[in-house]
Design a protein around this ligand. Sequence first.
Ligand code: ATP
Ligand code: MG
Length: 332
Amino acid sequence: RHRVLSGMQPSADSLHLGNYLGALVNWVQVQEDFDAYFFIPDLHAITTPQDPEAVRLRTRNTAAQYIAAGIDPERSTLFVQSQVPEHAQLAWILMCMTGMGEAQRMTQFKDKAARQGAEAAGVGLLAYPMLMAADILLYQPHGVPVGDDQRQHVELTRDLAQRFNARHGETFIVPSGFYPENGARIYDLQNPLAKMSKSAESPNGLINILDDPKVIAKRIKSAVTDDGTEVRFDREAKPGVSNLLSIFAAFTGRTTPELEEAYVGRMYGHLKVDLAEAVVERLAPIRTRALELMDDPAELDRLLSQGALKAREVAGPVLADVYEKVGFQPPS
Ligand code: ATP
Ligand code: MG
């Protein structure tokens, strides 16, 4: 069975609807057909300053949300990045093979650095994509299921794999991104030009998996809509309504033209009421299960340690091969 790997940062108390529709739903499918590795990139999370207790808590909570959404820790390998030291070790080697200009061109770096102020932004933000490349290449996966926003990072990973292979001989499989078709990119409810993001300045534009259903309904009802009254999918002229329609489509399996048809002569408010109901119905059981799991941190830690051991069985030999090729002594 081909290997597949993916992860999302423990950078907030809860995952949001973009993480769920853009990634998790897809992962649950993926584990049926692939040897799947799902991890919690806590090393990535500290590229912006974090409170240590929050990192610990969010790491467990993220694991709980993966499991609650349907990731089976027996079937898939579920682990925390910092518990598999090979990630940081390979990342260093890849950083030494990346151009400064190449790294500075990454749009996520530009966005996040701008938010922190160019001088205050840490070097970790710049190094982020090389760490991500290490995450991927250590497992030699054919595919990486990620949201559309990670396209540029996956491209860099492919470039680095090819560069390493050219310099040191065939080592890495050059992985492809798997980008989900439906609901690939979800936007902020208050600012539908920006993607929904854990690091958003305000929580008002987010739909979080762990939010109370009442809060979710309220956020959807106060989502920014556009001029006019017609429920129509038009990303340019109606980004707000279009975002609601894509979420609705993803949750119901209906296409956006079908939904437009269903809302002819009805108002934005009707769409919001129906959407809130569909979202809450789907997320409520996931939230309940996640809260149960979060209540038993010892059991979560046990599952994660077991996952790290399984991950190192794959990552260890790959790193050893890389060490040999770049001229290092064997990893200890
Ligand atoms: P951060 O703001 O900390 O970068 P994030 O919300 O962008 O957080 P990530 O941890 O970077 O989340 O990404 C986890 C997964 O969720 C990735 O596969 C990513 O492509 C996907 N994803 C994140 N935001 C969205 C979105 N708005 N729409 C679709 N997919 C998304
Ligand atoms: Mg992100």
